[in-house]
Design a protein around this ligand. Structure first.
Ligand code: DX5
Ligand code: ZN
Length: 233
């Protein structure tokens, strides 16, 4: 693994604001605000208009963001054909690159290529995809991203039906002593952060709850972290 995070060594839950819910007219300020507000990673949602109906951020935008943040750039590729785009995102400044199990046969090649590029390799599962679909891939991955909404849009409701997969992943990763961290993505709020953290999440992604929540960005991050840490054991 390429980053100093290990579930056995640290019982901390990291917070990764999803930049998709930020104000892109002042993206540098938004990145500085989350860094000053205690965020650990920046989650960057890449959508191709094919794997999901929406189109969002490309390598040019990631490159533009890079000078404004020292945080880990966690790039989530919701793409049907991610392989040709791995190097452009790596060159743009990604630290972690995650591809979806549902994109098919290319997952193993993608994980190998991401690591060859010197980045952390992730694999993600949608609601509806069983944990078993990624079990073996986890032997070659640095992170597992469990979706708790149907991918495509920010601001959806957290699906409690997916929590059992977080627990299954935690059990598998711990029993097999794998280094992969568990990232949970979709609909995370201060109200449900404890459920995800208690089930075994290492990193919580939050878009709307951070950028469109009741408090300031730093208050919103702190509220999610506090609730998550109450449930870590
Ligand atoms: C959904 C994305 C998520 C999303 C998170 O397709 O992968 O990262 O933007 O936003 P919230 O926290 O609003 O669900
Ligand atoms: Zn995401």
């Amino acid at each position: 693994m390429h980053f100093a995070l290990h579930p056995f060594m640290q019982r901390k839950v990291l917070i990764a604001p999803s930049i998709l819910s930020a104000d892109f007219s002042k993206i540098g300020d938004e990145l500085r605000a989350i860094e000053a507000g205690g965020a650990d990673w920046v989650h960057i949602d890449v959508m191709d208009g094919h794997f999901v109906p929406n189109v969002t951020i490309g390598p040019v935008a990631v490159k533009g963001m890079r000078p404004h943040s020292k945080l880990v750039f966690d790039v989530h590729l919701m793409m049907s054909n991610p392989l040709p785009y791995l190097k452009p995102f790596a060159d743009a400044g990604a630290d972690c690159i995650t591809v979806h199990a549902e994109c098919g046969d290319c997952v193993a090649d993608c994980l190998t290529e991401i690591r060859r590029l010197g980045k952390n390799a992730g694999v993600s599962i949608n609601p509806g995809t069983p944990f078993e679909a990624v079990g073996e891939s986890l032997r070659h991955a640095d992170l597992l991203l469990v979706m708790t909404v149907k991918p495509g849009f920010a601001g959806q409701k957290f699906m409690e039906s997916e929590v059992h997969k977080i627990a299954e992943a935690r059990k598998f990763i711990d029993s097999e002593m794998l280094p992969a961290v568990i990232v949970v993505d979709g609909g995370i709020t201060a109200e449900n952060a404890g459920i995800a953290a208690g089930a075994g999440a290492d990193v919580l992604v939050a878009g709307s709850a951070v950028f469109c929540g009741n408090g300031s960005v730093s208050e919103n991050i702190a509220a999610i972290r506090k609730e998550a840490m109450r449930h870590v054991h």
